[in-house]
Design a protein around this ligand. Structure first.
Ligand SMILES: [Zn+2]
Length: 166
């Protein structure tokens, strides 16, 4: 009789967000802190892509009371790379957005605060004359979506050298 094939734990696919409701409170807050951290994989993917397109940016600079992930000062443009769970990607086709099944009320309130804060920050940035672009975590693996973002950033007709020189 053949033995079960050995399957290292690393080979078993799992999605972190799906496990939120199985964590202890300590593990959960550690996980949520991770979700909120900077220099996340989606953010690095966006940075690499834009850098490859010759776009130069500043990271996490404070602008109009917000701290966008990428700031293009000469283009008066900021980019947020939003985690789909934490910032509630409104696209019903989003494969990542979900709400933990335990403490649902707590999470629903928390997420609502995040969405309200995002809206406030976007309004403040726009009032200060900044263009606000958002790319969602689930879109950062999509080359066409990244190319669209690069075009949106560069599309105001100003040359790239200005940003590069800053
Ligand atoms: Zn999404």
């Amino acid at each position: 009789m053949a033995a079960e094939p050995f399957r290292p734990a690393e080979a078993i696919p799992h999605r972190e967000p799906a496990r939120l409701d199985t964590l202890t409170p300590e593990e959960r807050s550690a996980r949520m802190a991770l979700v909120r951290s900077r220099d996340t994989k989606p953010e690095l993917r966006v940075r690499r892509f834009l850098h490859g397109r010759g776009l130069r940016y500043r990271l996490h600079q404070r602008v109009a009371g917000a701290r966008p992930d990428l700031v293009f000062p000469a283009r008066r443009t900021v980019v947020f790379v939003h985690g789909c769970i934490w910032h509630r990607h409104p696209d019903p086709a989003c494969p990542l957005t979900r709400t933990p099944k335990s403490r649902t009320e707590f999470w629903t309130a928390k997420f609502a605060e995040n969405v309200a804060r995002d809206a406030r920050q976007q309004a403040a940035l726009e009032a200060a004359g900044w263009r606000v672009l958002v790319i969602w975590e689930c879109e950062t693996g999509d080359a066409a979506r990244l190319a669209g973002l690069a075009r949106a950033i560069a599309g105001d007709g100003r040359d790239r050298e200005r940003d590069a020189a800053e």
